[in-house]
Design a protein around this ligand. Structure first.
Ligand SMILES: C[S@@+](CC[C@H](N)C(=O)[O-])C[C@H]1O[C@@H](n2cnc3c(N)ncnc32)[C@H](O)[C@@H]1O
Length: 365
């Protein structure tokens, strides 16, 4: 006999099978971490994980939040565009300061996370417009929203913790899954598609230019040789290939890790980063945002960008510097603002973050 234990009173069909629940105490697998996916209902677990410097699966900790708000200075009634709303952490910070008379325009290319965040921020009093769109569209949205400009443009580049942790996305070298890597599922080509179609030269250039991978030529050569035997479609295939190129085994790498005081970068980290940036054309979108931003800001408006690798940071720094020289921006941060040790300890994923800001001239040009 089937006994209804759901408390709903509904009779379950004889074929009904409950989602298997993890009964142990140390869930490892993404699916086993079902409590973490609904972390608001488990505050003790949240506190426990955060104290250990971990990000609960299915959530994201906003990076450099105090510094961002301190430099961009949102005020009641202002219009803010969060180009990368993600989990909504920074957006929530802006909303608290612009209040119900302000407006938030929120972009994200990830439809799944955008929907969740729409629900999460839905109870806030500030009017919010959500756009499932690349932030390269910030100028078109100004027209749609009948706005003459934004007071603040903010972007927190790259991927969210939810995207990194989800094995179905294949973004992290840590979890086995398909090499998809798309943040926007409307994109045509996945990471596997690129690995199996680009030339050796194109792959090598990407590994060098997008992540400074020292073994870029050898990795590209091995990928092209290997795909002639069997297409490379999974995370573990690519990880094994990179280990082989570097003359490492999982065990020798683990031993090296144990002997290193601060731990070292995973051997496949750069390859995965470069492939993800390529799949999502992350630098192309950033260049477009930097080109459009000065024309979309109101006089005296501010732009702030958090980047996570040198290729992005170089573009931001150069653009703000050029803007000050040409007079579009009246000032810009002298140096990149980076997380303090305390923040890195509680959220190791923020370690490579760099924040820069610029202010548009007061006088209309
Ligand atoms: C680091 S997360 C942002 C986290 C967010 N600041 C928070 O506190 O929750 C980056 C987000 O930007 C999105 N994204 C990346 N590139 C984008 C682009 N070109 N246009 C719009 N969204 C983008 C990703 O899908 C991801 O959700």
């Amino acid at each position: 006999m089937n006994v209804d234990q759901s408390g709903s009173g509904e009779q379950q069909s004889p074929n009904h099978r409950r989602r298997p629940r993890y009964s142990g105490t140390h869930p490892k697998n993404y699916r086993q971490k079902y409590k973490e996916h609904n972390i608001a209902a488990h505050p003790d677990l949240k506190a426990h994980l955060r104290a250990k410097g971990k990000t609960p699966a299915g959530s994201h900790i906003p990076v450099l939040i105090e510094e961002v708000l301190g430099c961009l200075k949102p005020k009641p009634g202002q219009v803010v565009v969060d180009c990368t709303v993600g989990y909504g952490g920074h957006s929530l910070g802006f909303i608290k300061q612009i209040g119900p008379t302000g407006r938030l325009i929120a972009f994200d290319v990830d439809s799944t996370e955008l929907e969740r965040t729409r629900k999460r921020l839905g109870k806030e009093k500030t009017p919010i417009s959500f756009y499932h769109s690349n932030f390269a569209g910030i100028a078109n949205v100004l027209n749609k929203e009948k706005l003459d400009g934004y007071d603040i443009i903010f972007a927190d580049l790259g991927v969210s913790s939810m995207q990194i942790d989800n094995p179905e996305r294949g973004i992290s070298y840590k979890n086995e899954g398909p090499l998809d890597m798309r943040m926007d599922d409307r994109l045509k080509r996945t990471g596997a598609d690129l690995l199996n179609s680009l030339s050796e030269e194109e792959l090598g250039r990407a590994f060098w230019e997008l992540s400074d991978e020292p073994d870029y030529q050898e990795i590209a050569r091995t990928i092209v040789a290997q795909r002639g035997v069997q297409p490379i479609t999974t995370v573990s295939q690519l990880v094994r290939l990179v280990f082989a190129v570097k003359g490492l085994t999982i065990n020798s790498w683990k031993k090296k890790q144990r002997n290193s005081k601060f731990g070292s970068l995973h051997p496949a980290a750069r390859t995965f980063q470069a492939l993800r940036i390529l799949v999502n054309d992350e630098l192309g979108s950033l260049k477009e945002l930097l080109r459009l931003a000065p024309y979309c800001l109101r006089p005296g408006g501010r732009i702030g960008i958090i980047s996570f690798h040198s290729g992005e940071d170089r573009l931001v720094k150069q653009s703000f510097r050029d803007g000050v020289q040409t007079g579009i921006y009246q000032s810009a941060s002298q140096n990149a603002i980076v997380p303090r040790i305390k923040e890195i300890m509680s959220n190791p994923r923020c370690a490579s973050a760099k924040f820069r800001w610029a202010t548009k001239r007061e006088v209309k040009m």
